[in-house]
Design a protein around this ligand. Sequence first.
Ligand code: IDP
Ligand code: MG
Length: 139
Amino acid sequence: MSNKTFMMIKPDAVERGLIGDILKDITDAGFKIIALKLTQISINEAQTFYSVHKERPFFNELTSYMSRSPIVAAFLEKDNAVSDFRKLIGDTDPSTADEGTIRKKYAISKGENSVHGSDSDDNALIEASFHFSGREILS
Ligand code: IDP
Ligand code: MG
């Protein structure tokens, strides 16, 4: 499964009308969209999705932000999808992200950083399964 990754367009970017721009950057970079939806998660779902961060000082800020308005969830396919997507989005903090990366172009802050990208093949599958049923994923 090393050719798939999961991503989200986060509330700050959906609120600013950036869904189209960000999806274009992703497909221009060679990723194929194999599942896609506009949705909104509850605070409880945000706490589950980000449970690995539950001891971090920003956990409450992160989970209220991620549940405050709609997101776009997508499952993507490309060779080396996880690492290539992390390169495409750049550092967590836009102030240190490389020029041309999605976070450098669009993110507001380290917290409101416009996009999520899975950090491993295992997490890509876990995160995609959180948002998509089998029949929503193209093969
Ligand atoms: P990543 O999204 O680049 O993998 P993580 O360290 O896994 O970064 O953190 C998950 C998310 O938590 C980040 O994308 C960001 O939205 C938020 N976050 C991370 N560090 C901070 C912080 O120091 N303050 C506020 N929010 C943060
Ligand atoms: Mg992470």
